[in-house]
Design a protein around this ligand. Structure first.
Ligand SMILES: *Cc1c(COP(=O)(O)O)cnc(C)c1O
Length: 206
């Protein structure tokens, strides 16, 4: 069994720092964590552009929440990876921002694997067309795919679907798995897991 387990490479741990108090972030930094995920551009600017600005060197920041086009420039300036590319309008805004800022983050396309109305992401059936247009119209080629499974369904179905889609499109990165289900995501080939509360403790939204 040890050999079989060793065949699954360990995914990168993205510590999801949204809403967490500074003391917990500082503890993670002190422990050597270098990759962090954030949902909102403005909140992330306050944390990483201001309060922890002196500790930014060597860190890798991922945007894992929806991005509005009017925040594209701020996002491009701050983040090393944007995981939520899901529409052409956003691709266009990111390219324009990249021109202005002089850097382009890595990109992942978000897939709405459960076809949920309230959730962002490209529908699985439309992913091929979307990726084709990104390439032909904008010369953009995302490095991989990201999904957030519906809360009321087994995550494994969605992780299997995302893995199949990434394989079909020869994409390398699979961002899937959160506190409740990262253990499920790893055998399906997750290359990045996004873990918040299991690492930092519960988020307190008051
Ligand atoms: C908040 C969030 C996470 C982390 O959630 P936990 O359940 O705290 O691990 C992961 N991915 C996305 C997209 C998120 O919004």
């Amino acid at each position: 069994m040890a050999a079989a387990r060793a065949a699954v490479p360990a995914p990168m741990l993205i510590a999801v720092s949204k809403v967490q108090p500074d003391a917990r972030i500082a503890a993670a930094l002190d422990a050597g964590q270098t990759v962090f995920g954030e949902n909102r551009v403005q909140e992330a600017q306050g944390r990483w552009g201001e309060r922890f600005a002196d500790r930014r060197d060597g860190l890798e920041l991922h945007l894992i929440g929806p991005l509005q086009t009017n925040k594209a420039k701020d996002a491009v300036a701050l983040f090393d990876c944007v995981q939520t590319l899901d529409r052409e309008k956003l691709a266009k805004a990111l390219l324009k921002a990249a021109d202005a800022v002089g850097r382009m983050p890595r990109l992942l396309a978000q897939v709405n694997t459960g076809a949920e109305d309230q959730k962002a992401g490209v529908l699985a059936a439309e992913l091929g067309g979307f990726l084709d247009r990104l390439e032909s119209e904008y010369s953009l080629r995302p490095d991989g795919l990201m999904c957030i499974p519906p809360v009321d369904e087994p995550a494994s179905i969605h992780f299997a679907l995302l893995e199949r889609l990434a394989r079909e499109h020869a994409m390398k990165e699979l961002s899937m798995g959160m506190s409740a289900d990262y253990g499920v995501a790893v055998p399906f080939g997750a290359t990045m897991v996004r873990v918040g509360s299991a690492l930092f403790g519960a988020r307190n939204y008051d």
